[in-house]
Design a protein around this ligand. Structure first.
Ligand SMILES: [Zn+2]
Length: 422
């Protein structure tokens, strides 16, 4: 049995509230012992002095592009990128070709990930067949086959009636509905945030209300059906405020924010780099501040990358023609360390909660904690390391990132999945 001894690191476990220097002994796929002054022969030793030891990070929103778009990313390359980024589990969205909307497709993702994946993969299944927004997927059956959650991400479910039915079915299994909140009638043809900047640049805007009207609808439907509903990539001030009020009311709503939505404003679009084109778009400074406040007080439960790798040809075109999306797995930790941890917005315990424990709970995974007997999914981070983002070194096939060349703090030193260093 392989053994790893992690010595002298600062253990951060939001499940128990532990924030203390501890040694951790990993045996096989489990954590065998946590204590002080642990010493054993015949181990792989990791000197973790000055490092943060987090429960393995979980990204509940990635696009692995396989099957159908292997020129953008594959399960193999996407999970390698996840491992480099410190993630031990990723939940992949179903906007593949074919769409993940059947038990066979869910099984396919599990089998392929077991064979070629570097980290654990949990498939999210589509709410509607083919993500066409017309007919429900077999939600109950998909739950039995291990669908981690349900989403038509990439597309909104425009029909309120269909979304209501989806929530009614999903709530029978206490399954999570992840909503891509966008009213296509309002966002139509927009390429960036609607505001002063879009006027100045002469580009068509996506107004914040395109998101907010749908957030309001999902809150109303969740209140009505009792279904657990999760707002994907929340990006506006009013959306965060609505979620905060809904939670206070006891509605079973949760939300995630992407690193680019807490670290960049629409000012980054000045210069017309298509790397800044993402959906929902980079918003105003006020919106960014609201997302950060939401992360701080827990209104926004989780940080999720919305990793959306694209081929060069999809991005090296005029702004209006370029694909939406940012390759996000390998910059999430440095962005969180730089914008949330170092300025003191979040404590290490809170950051570990947003990036590991909260997504584990939302997806009902046995993960997100560090305890004796628990799974040996561990992420070791050096918060003092300074890095320069170099997209050419990304392990993801998608080099599309607005952070290329940026100096940031925080580096993932080791990612351990079920006791294996990946
Ligand atoms: Zn989306």
């Amino acid at each position: 049995m392989e053994r790893i001894l992690i010595k002298g690191g600062r253990l951060i476990d939001p499940a128990s509230g532990i924030d203390a220097v501890k040694d951790i002994l990993v045996e096989g796929s489990k954590i065998a012992k946590i204590g002080s002054g642990l010493n054993t022969d015949d181990v792989t030793l990791i000197n973790a002095e000055g490092m943060l030891i987090f429960p393995g990070l979980i990204d509940m929103h990635v696009h692995l592009r396989e099957p159908g778009f292997e020129y953008k990313e594959t399960i193999e390359s996407g999970t390698k990128s996840a491992a480099a980024g410190g993630f031990t589990t990723v939940a992949c969205m179903p906007n593949t070709y074919p769409v993940i909307d059947s038990p066979a497709m869910v099984e396919y993702i599990y089998l392929k990930a077991e064979k070629e994946g570097h980290v654990k993969v949990k498939p999210v299944a589509a709410i509607t067949k083919g993500q066409q927004g017309e007919e429900l997927s077999p939600i109950g059956e998909l739950v039995q086959y291990g669908a981690a959650a349900f989403s038509d991400d990439g597309h909104p479910v425009s029909s309120s009636n269909l979304m209501r039915r989806a929530m009614e079915y999903a709530s029978m299994w206490d399954a999570l509905i992840i909503s891509h909140c966008e009213d296509p009638e309002l966002s139509r043809d927009g390429v960036m945030n609607e505001g002063e900047m879009s006027t100045m640049l002469g580009m068509r805007g996506i107004p914040s209300v395109a998101e907010e009207t749908m957030v309001a609808r999902e809150i109303a439907l969740s209140r009505y059906t009792g279904c657990r509903v999760h707002i994907a990539h929340i990006s506006t001030k009013a959306s965060v405020e609505m979620v905060r009020r809904a939670k206070a009311e006891g509605i079973r709503i949760s939300a995630e924010a992407a690193p680019h939505h807490f670290s960049l404003t629409d000012a980054a679009v000045d210069g017309y780099s298509s790397m800044t084109k993402v959906n929902p778009p980079l918003r105003s400074g006020e919106d960014v501040e609201a997302v950060i406040r939401g992360l701080k007080d827990g209104t926004v439960d989780a940080i999720a990358t919305d990793h959306a790798p694209h081929h060069r040809d999809d991005k090296e075109v005029e702004y209006s023609m370029a694909a939406f999306g940012i390759s996000g797995l390998e910059t999430a930790v440095p962005l969180a360390v730089t914008h949330l941890l170092r300025p003191g917005v979040l404590t290490p315990l809170q950051l570990a909660e947003r990036m590991s424990l909260a997504p584990a709970k939302l997806l009902k995974l046995d993960a997100g904690y560090i305890a004796e007997g628990g799974p040996a999914d561990i992420t070791i981070i050096d918060p003092e390391a300074e890095i320069t983002v170099d997209t050419e070194k990304f392990l993801s096939k998608g080099k599309n990132s607005p952070f290329d060349g940026m100096r940031l703090w925080g580096r993932v030193v080791h990612t351990i999945v079920e006791g294996r260093m990946v």
